[in-house]
Design a protein around this ligand. Structure first.
Ligand code: ADP
Ligand code: GN1
Ligand code: MG
Length: 356
């Protein structure tokens, strides 16, 4: 049992506390008590989040803002107080811990089981963005500076490549070539953000399918979780990262690249749900949705490859070449999106016209 659990006010006495979920960043545990209550206990990854107190201020404010707009208590993550009355606890090593209610009666998917599941995840993330449209964005802490600043991700990639601390660069020549060949295009969204061409919104920035909870019976959205990267951003980031993960025909770490493609039908399904939930996207924002899909996928691949070169210091890995396998699937997806580029844009244009 993690001792830290006793710092929180629980209903009942804790019986079990076990590692839980498939996140790559935080340490997540499922806690059960003798009354049958379940909680999610999380230790924030201090190496990833430089300002955990600022992050928790964000999470507290965002969950309160969303809870006010929902009738169902499961419509927002709910933090539980510590015995001292705070909403997070610091352990003797300086790590920050928090305790959420377990979202009961929910499912969390690693891949859509039906097109409808993926559609509902689009509604969930689109609704999340809309619920935060009146949130004061300037009060948010930037929990990871330059999170989706793709040129900055290239800068970090080049730095890891030059340092090559594990001597791995020699084995990944084709992957390095793939990244460098796309550097100019990779900066497109960042340039549009800086020029003011695209509005800044409060975005989630990590819109993987396993960061949304669906009702296990109705399979409709309950809430969006993993709020650590909620920051000002672009609609294309959230749309794009969902496509990267959920419109892929194989898992993020699939070794057989022949199985990895971007499913155009799934792309259409997600686009329909996202546009329905976020009808006020500007024309220019809609025009950049496909670009968001391609660049979020490329950026994620660059990040996995950077971490592979740096010795696997950021993402949790479960086998030696895990980050390299992940980078390769992302590059395969990007290449497939390049082939399907005109079709992707045609889907967005058609659905935009229908919802205008
Ligand atoms: P990470 O940042 O490491 O991805 P998450 O906050 O996404 O951490 O949590 C990891 C996993 O734990 C989620 O994908 C989900 O399966 C599960 N999880 C997290 N919070 C809850 C919750 N409140 N109720 C039920 N399951 C949860
Ligand atoms: C991480 O925390 P998790 O597992 O939901 C990462 C995302 C990546 C994703 C790739 C804070 O998401 O940016 O896209 O892995 N989160 C952080 O699967 O870096
Ligand atoms: Mg997560």
């Amino acid at each position: 049992m993690e001792d830290i659990i006793y710092r929180f006010r629980l209903e009942g006495s804790p019986l079990t506390c076990e590692p839980y979920g498939c996140g790559h960043i935080n340490h997540t545990f499922l806690v059960r008590t003798d009354t049958g209550r379940r909680y999610i206990l999380q230790m924030l990854n201090g190496g990833v989040f430089p300002d955990p107190e600022g992050l928790m201020e964000n999470v507290i404010a965002i969950t309160r803002h969303i809870a006010k707009k929902c009738d169902d208590p499961r419509g927002s993550l709910r933090l539980n107080p510590t015995v001292e009355g705070g909403l997070y606890a610091e352990d003797e090593d300086g790590s920050i811990w928090r305790l959420y209610d377990y979202v009961e009666g929910s499912i969390c998917l690693q891949a859509p089981e039906t097109p409808e599941d993926f559609y509902q995840s689009a509604v969930a993330f689109g609704t999340f963005q809309r619920q935060l449209a009146d949130f004061p964005a300037e009060t948010l802490h930037e929990t990871i500076p330059n999170f989706h600043n793709t040129p900055d991700r290239y800068r970090l990639f080049r730095r890891a490549l030059a340092a090559d601390v594990c001597g791995r660069a020699k084995d990944v020549g084709p992957e390095i070539g793939f990244v460098l060949a796309r550097e100019e295009e990779a900066g497109a969204l960042q340039r549009m953000r800086e020029s003011g061409e695209l509005p800044t919104r409060v975005t989630h920035n990590d819109t993987k399918l396993n960061n949304v909870m669906l009702d296990e019976k109705t399979r409709k959205p309950l809430c969006v979780i993993d709020l650590d990267t909620v920051m000002p951003g672009l609609a294309a980031y959230d749309f794009g990262d969902s496509i990267r993960f959920g419109a892929a025909t194989a898992a993020e770490d699939e070794k057989d690249l022949d199985r990895m493609e971007m499913d155009l039908a799934a792309f259409e399904t997600y686009t329909r749900g996202f546009l329905k939930a976020c009808p006020d996207l500007t024309r220019r924002e809609r025009e950049t949705l496909s670009l968001g899909a391609k660049l979020m996928t490329l950026e994620c691949g660059v990040r996995f490859l950077t971490d592979y070169l740096a010795g696997d210091v950021y993402f949790s890995i479960h086998r030696p070449e895990h980050n390299l396998d992940r980078a390769r699937t992302q590059f395969k997806l990007v290449a497939d999106m390049e082939k399907k580029w005109d079709a992707m844009n045609a889907v967005v244009a058609r659905l935009s016209a229908e919802t205008a």
